[in-house]
Ligand binder design. Sequence first.
Ligand code: NAD
Length: 267
Amino acid sequence: MSHQTRPELDGRVAVVTGAASGIGKAIATTLARAGAAVAIADLDLNGARAVAGDIELEGGRAMGVKMDVADEAGVDRNFDAVAAKFGGIDILISNAGIQIVNPIENFSFADWRKVLAVHLDGAFLTTRAALRYMYRHEARGGVIIYTGSVHSHEASPLKSAYVAAKHGLLGLARVVAKEGAAHGVRSHVVCPGFVRTPLVDKQIPEQAREKGISESEVISKVMLGETVDGQFTTVDEVAQTVLFLAAFPSAALTGQSIIVSHGWHMQ
Ligand code: NAD
């Protein structure tokens, strides 16, 4: 008789924001392969539905939802819809993000607010909506993982709003770890180095222009110069880290920031 091992996240329900593209898409696919039902939440509904469709083709459970993480009413409505369809919410991956680069003296207040709205307002609103469901089913516990960045720990020029927002996520995750403990909820920040996604591809020519260097120098010096092996971090490396933390069985690991950056930043 063959022993079938139960997938690690069997019976769990996950919401992954910014999951139509890049890192979020890889996380959503990985969690689904580990047995979770996954809501692919993104501004880009067609993209979200395409990712959900691919997961279903593999035999997983998924739904695409149109969500602006900075819209309070929309976030609450979407979490209600996901919980109604899948029967609760156990895992939140707060991942949606944008980048705007500019030196501070040229950084518009509107751009500053836009970056903080997606990263920090979005993290807060989705956290609150998820916790309300997690606290209702305390026996199941829960986990909230934020996609931070090496920029949660280090600064780079031109990225004032992004660096401020990514540092802010560390504080939010630590509060969630403390408040959530009594309800079986854990929280972490996963901090990737540079990952080759549309968000980074857009920055390469922008940084070359701002810094007056070539695009290949932006890659080899600015982005990968401090890594141990000159390699980009991959979406799968980030997704495997998220899976490990999501499946970890106790609060021995909570309130942590895990850096996945090919040694760019060590703590
Ligand atoms: P990406 O541009 O490939 O994907 C981001 C997704 O977020 C897109 O699908 C976009 O539609 C969605 N999104 C943007 N604003 C949204 C909003 N208001 N509501 C809902 N969805 C929204 O980018 P990525 O590189 O996969 O980035 C994902 C996360 O990883 C971000 O938080 C980013 O800061 C972080 N990160 C990226 C890198 C990297 O090198 N790519 C490194 C460290 C951290």
